[in-house]
Design a protein around this ligand. Structure first.
Ligand SMILES: NC(=O)c1ccc[n+]([C@@H]2O[C@H](COP(=O)([O-])OP(=O)(O)OC[C@H]3O[C@@H](n4cnc5c(N)ncnc54)[C@H](OP(=O)(O)O)[C@@H]3O)[C@@H](O)[C@H]2O)c1
Length: 203
């Protein structure tokens, strides 16, 4: 028997309260996958989501200090910079100064650019921590998540499993080097009437 995703927003917030780590940032990743392991439907993760997933997405953001995301996801998912939490983007190039990302009078993203090369993600986390961001929500995409995992920098994975089969050749939720096959600890598993599963896994 799987418990239901709380219908009440306060209870949902409590269920997804963001843990803290001592002396370092706590990194929580949030991803969605289809039943056949795709991270996208028609090229976007948003194509997989439902109402419950959008509520979990919002609850995770509300509980975080900063969202960390790769520039490709920013482009493909048309990210904007929210008032909360802060938005941190990694890129090997630059981020266009669009109204979505640099709203007039609004918050601006924190951009980590390797200026042609890669930035060291551990240094990025250290810098975010120095800025006071202790709760870090990594929203992907698969490339950034793979790099964070390869460096042992992810504490927890929140994985929504969408009750759909999409076929095609969409990427899995992690891309990059082989990872050590250590078992992750299963956390609470919730579900909703639409058939979505909301799973949590700790390192
Ligand atoms: N299912 C899900 O939950 C989910 C979540 C997020 C995204 N997605 C999907 O995933 C796709 C995008 O994912 P992706 O894996 O292709 O890309 P990504 O991980 O979002 O971003 C990769 C980009 O981030 C930058 N980057 C990554 N590591 C870097 C480093 N160490 N230093 C500097 N820059 C770095 C580079 O940007 P530049 O190219 O600017 O140099 C790189 O091209 C989209 O289709 C999106 O819809 C799915």
């Amino acid at each position: 028997m799987i418990d239901s995703l709380p219908a009440d927003d306060a209870a949902l917030a409590l269920a997804y309260a963001h843990p803290l780590a001592e002396g370092r940032p706590y990194v929580r990743a949030n991803m969605i996958s289809s039943l056949d392991g795709s991270s996208t439907a028609a090229g976007r993760s948003g194509g997989l989501g439902g109402d419950g997933d959008r509520r979990v997405f919002a609850a995770l953001r509300a509980a975080a200090d900063v969202v960390l995301v790769g520039a490709a996801t920013v482009r493909d998912e048309d990210y904007g910079t929210p008032a909360h939490p802060a938005l941190a983007i990694v890129t090997r190039g630059s981020i266009p100064r669009t109204e979505r990302l640099y709203p007039a009078g609004g918050a601006e993203p924190i951009v980590y650019s390797g200026n042609g090369g890669s930035v060291d993600l551990r240094s990025v986390l250290d810098d975010l921590y120095t800025r006071g961001h202790r709760r870090i929500l990594a929203e992907g995409g698969p490339g950034v998540l793979g790099a964070l995992l390869a460096a042992g920098l992810v504490d927890e994975l929140c994985l929504t499993v969408a009750p759909v089969l999409v076929g095609g050749d969409g990427a899995r939720i992690v891309r990059g080097p082989d990872l050590p096959l250590g078992h992750w600890q299963r956390g609470p598993v919730l579900g909703d009437d639409e058939g979505f599963l909301y799973t949590r896994w700790a390192r």
